[in-house]
Design a protein around this ligand. Structure first.
Ligand SMILES: Cc1ncc(COP(=O)(O)O)c(C=O)c1O
Length: 346
């Protein structure tokens, strides 16, 4: 049987032949004890691509976000973040359960926090209050269908935070998708945040890992927290090697994934305009509303699966398609044809 065409996520991307060769040839130092040259090379490259002084390699995006919160807050104070942020909705309460901070969800539009609500939520430290310890952004914004935060918004948040002496962390799991969509280097995004993490394991196709970048002092503070949450690795050069190839060879092609997503959105819009507004699709994520069909997202996902297409329900009334290196135009066209058939059957 033909394997499913997998639109559920870009983490399904497999390492390239070049990555596998680099992994085999990688150094085998102990990242935790003496440092490993390949890991150090990835961290240095990540820092230079984000314009920061230093980087810290970890197994996952969830861990880089958690360690960033720990290092910025030292387990006290309030974290402000947009209400549909991945850190808030999908990282299983690590903010509160592990980092020991409390949070305030700020309403937003397409992932960008409402400025007046954000201003209102900032609290100073007083004798009875820890105050706001950290503000977080997410770019691209997963819950907002891969929306890209405007640079002016990021600048506004960063300047506001700075005026209050509050650090800013950005969950840039798909930072290079945001950069591709804006047509700027990632440095131009990362300049509006004190720390940023990005994943090499998503559209960039490496098998494992995320890098947290920031000032040298911040990264030194983050190191013991990485150890605390079990993120200290040993012969991590084998996996870091693929991350280096990811940064060197996979960034430029992300625009192809965005073009595939736009092709998909245009095709689905042609079936019925309520399904998706193509103007909302900025990167490699397409949120499709199936509410008007009278059937829920789980039923739609089953129908797609019966036609060889894997897609995730995002909520009861919408599906999430993610394009990536293994999705070509013919796969997109097959998904559009399947959608037309399912729509007719409703
Ligand atoms: C915006 C965002 N942040 C963080 C993560 C977490 O990454 P990981 O799955 O590597 O923990 C994801 C994963 O999809 C994500 O989309």
């Amino acid at each position: 049987m033909k394997p499913l065409t997998d639109f559920r996520t870009d983490t399904v991307t497999r390492p390239t032949a070049e990555m596998l060769a680099a992994m085999q040839a990688a150094t085998q130092g102990d990242d935790s004890r003496d440092g490993d040259p390949t890991v150090i090379k990835l961290e240095t490259l990540a820092a230079s691509r984000t314009g920061k002084e230093a980087g810290l390699y970890m197994p996952s995006g969830t861990m880089t976000n958690l360690v960033a919160v720990l290092a910025h807050t030292s387990r006290a104070g309030e974290v402000l973040l947009e209400r549909s942020a991945h850190m808030l909705n999908t990282e299983l309460g690590g903010l509160a359960a592990v980092a020991g901070v409390f949070y305030k969800a700020i309403p937003g539009t397409r992932g960008a926090m409402d400025e007046s609500a954000l201003r209102e939520a900032i609290r100073p430290m007083t004798r009875n209050n820890f105050g706001t310890a950290l503000i977080c952004m997410e770019n691209t914004h997963n819950g907002a269908g891969g929306a890209v935060l405007p640079l002016a918004h990021m600048q506004m948040v960063h300047e506001l935070a700075r005026r209050h002496g509050i650090p800013v962390h950005t969950d840039g799991a798909r930072l290079f998708n945001a950069a591709a969509a804006l047509g700027v280097p990632a440095v131009d995004i990362a300049r509006h945040t004190d720390s940023v993490c990005f994943c090499v394991s998503k559209g960039l196709s490496a098998p494992v890992g995320s890098v947290l970048c920031g000032s040298r002092d911040f990264i030194e503070r983050a190191r013991p927290f990485r150890r605390m949450v079990g993120g200290n690795m040993r012969q991590a050069g084998s996996i870091a090697a693929a991350g280096i190839v990811a940064l060197e060879t996979m960034v430029d092609r992300l625009k192809d994934d965005h073009a595939a997503a736009k092709r998909l959105a245009a095709g689905l819009h042609g079936i019925n305009a309520t399904l998706v507004n193509p103007a909302d699709v900025e990167t490699n994520i397409v949120r499709v509303s199936v509410r008007a069909s009278g059937r829920n997202a789980a039923q739609w996902a089953e129908e797609f699966s019966a036609r060889g297409i894997a897609v995730s329900p995002a909520d009861s009334g919408s599906l999430r398609f993610v394009t990536h290196r293994h999705i070509g135009n013919s796969d997109v066209d097959a998904a559009i044809a399947a959608c037309a058939e399912i729509w007719r059957k409703r």
